[in-house]
Design a protein around this ligand. Structure first.
Ligand code: C5P
Length: 237
């Protein structure tokens, strides 16, 4: 089910709630991404409050630790009833398998679990020199995506420009969650390789993560609706 996820990169509950209040009259409740900044500032209570308002949540905490610790941490996040969680594929397949176990609730349901491959802030040069990973960056990204698939995960975070290659390697059902989205007539900001919502759809993105083009817009609700219309086209309800 394709959707637009708003990156709620706010550092307090006050700012978040002022933003969400603008959507209160809307029939479509936006899917929200909560990252480390807001989660560490406000704790799990912020997740419960957002869920109570009827939003789906992608909790972007990018776990990476020993398998047992990640398994237990994922069980805590799963009990918060979030819809998508993530981790670093660099934690190994054993860590990803343990994470899935921890995430699975007693009734067999679980949030989707998504892997980060290489962060887009990591250049090929830094990966090779700092991490001693002596392969082309794209090969590493696709290898980590294949590991995530083998461990039973649902997809990866990647650029819309990589979504086709990930799907070719891991299958069409393997999800791609893609940031770096901008309107054709909008500010690019610090993102380097950007695509429009419509182009992201053509390239095979399942979920686009959009922050500032919506959160910093003069009319955030209109910007969100534009994003939905461009990304979902005729599928928008
Ligand atoms: O404001 P903007 O649309 O650039 O926000 C994009 C969101 O996606 C931010 O929360 C950013 O941290 C996240 N992200 C990204 N690139 C990645 C992974 C996550 O921009 N490779």
């Amino acid at each position: 089910m394709k959707d637009v996820i708003i990156a709620c990169d706010f550092n307090s509950k006050t700012e978040l709630m002022a933003f969400l209040d603008q959507f209160q009259g809307e029939s479509r409740k936006p899917f929200l991404k909560v990252g480390m900044e807001l989660y560490y500032a406000e704790g799990p209570a912020i997740i419960r409050e957002i869920k109570a308002r009827g939003h789906q949540i992608f909790l972007d905490l990018k776990l990476h630790d020993i398998p047992n610790t990640v398994k237990k941490a994922m069980a805590v996040l799963s009990a918060l009833d979030v819809d998508i969680c993530n981790l670093h594929a660099a934690g190994t397949n054993a860590m990803m398998e343990a994470a899935l176990e921890g995430l699975t609730r007693p009734d067999g349901t679980r949030p989707l679990l998504i892997a980060v491959t290489q962060l887009t802030s990591t250049s090929e040069e830094r990966m090779q020199k700092d991490l001693l990973i002596d392969h082309p960056l794209e090969e590493v990204v696709l290898h980590y995506a294949a590991n995530a698939k083998a461990a039973g995960l649902d997809g990866v975070v990647c650029s819309p420009l990589e979504a086709g290659k990930v799907k070719a390697a891991c299958g069409q059902a393997f999800l791609t969650i893609t940031p770096g989205v901008r309107f054709a007539d909008g500010e690019v900001g610090d993102q380097v390789r950007v695509t429009t919502p419509a182009r992201a759809r053509e390239l095979g993105s399942d979920y686009i993560v959009v922050g500032r083009p919506i959160t910093q817009a003069a009319d955030p609700v209109a910007a969100y609706q534009r994003c939905i219309a461009e990304f979902l086209g005729g599928e928008a309800k």
